[in-house]
Design a protein around this ligand. Structure first.
Ligand code: UD1
Length: 431
């Protein structure tokens, strides 16, 4: 029944407690770089533990449009043979839809010495420049032009360079790594981002025969190689997905076993949840959350890894509406990442914004209201808000949530709470 007059929504019942266990899927932010990275070799690659999310679906379409042979095998495994890739110009209509399409810049530049691509789309989190990516490509010897919305990058020859990033950027760090692995000589990226997803991409590149050392620290060194070969790789678990479920369990005062994760990647989240008063037991590849204790207000500041992740700022804000007292949540990574606040206020959340800091007066009940997700993680936060509020909550803008969470409603159902996907009329949302 989907069509111009209808749209998908998620419907949550309120006042529910999570009780159950959930397996965490492969990391979106690693997978969206690893798939394009496969174009750097003419050999075949096998990538396992891919999340089934729309950003990955779009990337697969782009790889096929560029000439790669893509085969899905059982479960979450994909084979990519890019020996016939022939073009450096991916289809604009697909590239426009998600942010991580910017990795095609580094990859196609590395493979063909040339790429023409529209500016990337993705979540609107305020200004998201790519100047540091461009700075890196230029240092490697490329010329970059912006012409009628197309970024045109070309290089006669890429040569290793010493690059100091002015801001700690996940995207720029990975993109420069991708462009540099086949450049002549040595590249050093200083002030590099240290996220686990960067380490995962470096491991994949090394499995193909690249020489990348230092990923996970703020200095990454890459010795260029002339060719890359076949490889197999398993994507790491998604720490943001894991953190979302952990926070959801805490906010609903429930219990959850979040499994198949790397708890170390969640250290900043585990520490902050403990400070809020949530009881956590940490195993080798799981975390048990028990939210059935008194919650306290806290001060949270988002920072690049190993700081508290900006991608969990919105879910954390929902949790803090339940902690009696005043909490402060400062967003240091993306200045425009507070679009969820107005929607939460519709539910009665007492939140004031002052610059980059949200001041949350917690301990008051939320009342259900129709919510519109405007970005991926804000949308996930609304599901949590719906679960703890009085009444039924309808969340639209589900396409944002589907970009990064696989079958989110089923995952919450596994955790024992009612979240359903529905098709509703645009004219009378909620009927
Ligand atoms: C990636 C993640 C996103 C996460 C973010 C921060 C992917 C696909 N997305 O986004 O989920 O929220 O890291 O952990 O992995 N900046 C510049 N110039 C640049 C690049 C970035 O000024 O050239 C600024 C950004 O505006 C932002 C900060 O640097 O303020 C960090 O951005 P960055 O780490 O690059 O985020 P993304 O790679 O876009």
């Amino acid at each position: 029944m989907k069509g111009a007059d209808y749209l998908e929504c998620l419907l949550t019942k309120g006042k529910q407690r999570i009780k159950g266990e959930v397996r965490v899927n492969g990391a979106k932010n690693a997978a969206v770089a690893i798939l394009p990275a496969s174009l750097l070799t003419e050999g075949a690659v096998r990538i396992d533990n891919l999340p089934k999310i729309t950003d990955i679906g779009r990337l697969v379409e782009i790889l096929k449009a560029l000439g790669a042979k893509v085969t899905f095998s059982e479960g979450r495994c994909i084979y990519i043979d890019s020996s016939d890739v022939h073009t450096f110009s991916p289809p604009p209509s697909l590239v426009n839809t998600f942010r991580a399409s910017y990795y095609l810049m580094g990859v196609l530049l590395g493979r063909f010495g040339k790429v023409e691509i529209p500016m990337p789309g993705g979540c609107d989190l305020g200004p998201r420049p790519i100047d540091q990516h461009i700075k890196g490509f230029t240092a490697l010897g490329a010329q970059v032009e912006l012409e009628q919305g197309l970024v045109k990058i070309k290089a006669k020859k890429l040569r290793g360079a010493h690059i100091y990033l002015d801001v700690v950027s996940v995207g720029a760090t990975i993109n420069i790594m991708l462009a540099a692995v086949k450049a002549e000589g040595k590249t050093v990226i200083e002030n590099a981002a240290k996220e686990p997803e960067i380490v995962d991409v470096a491991n994949f590149l090394n499995a193909m025969g690249a020489h990348v050392v230092g990923a996970g620290t703020d200095v990454i060194k890459i010795q260029g190689v002339s060719e890359l070969g076949q490889a197999e790789h398993t994507v790491i678990p998604d720490r943001i997905e894991a953190g979302t479920f952990m926070i959801a369990a805490a906010a609903t005062r429930g219990e959850a076993l979040v499994k198949d994760i790397i708890p170390k990647h969640l250290d900043p989240v585990i520490a902050k949840l403990r400070e809020v008063g949530v009881q956590l037991e940490v195993g080798p590849d799981w975390v048990k959350v028990n939210g059935n204790s008194e919650l306290c207000p806290v001060d949270v500041k988002t920072f690049p890894y190993p700081g508290f992740p900006t991608d969990l700022q919105a879910p954390m804000m929902v949790l803090l509406t339940q902690a009696p007292g005043i909490s402060f949540l400062t967003e240091n990574v993306f200045e425009g990442r507070f679009r969820h606040v107005d929607e939460l206020k519709k539910m009665g959340a007492r939140i004031k914004l002052g610059g980059r800091t949200a001041i949350i007066e917690g301990g008051h009940e939320l009342i259900s209201a129709p919510l519109r997700a405007m970005d991926l993680r804000g949308g996930a936060a609304f599901i949590i808000a719906g679960l703890i509020s009085h009444g039924e909550t309808i969340i639209t803008g589900v396409e944002h949530i589907d970009r990064g969470y696989e079958q989110i409603e089923e995952r919450f159902q596994q955790l024992g709470v009612s979240v359903e996907r529905r098709i509703i009329s645009k004219v009378f949302p909620g009927k």
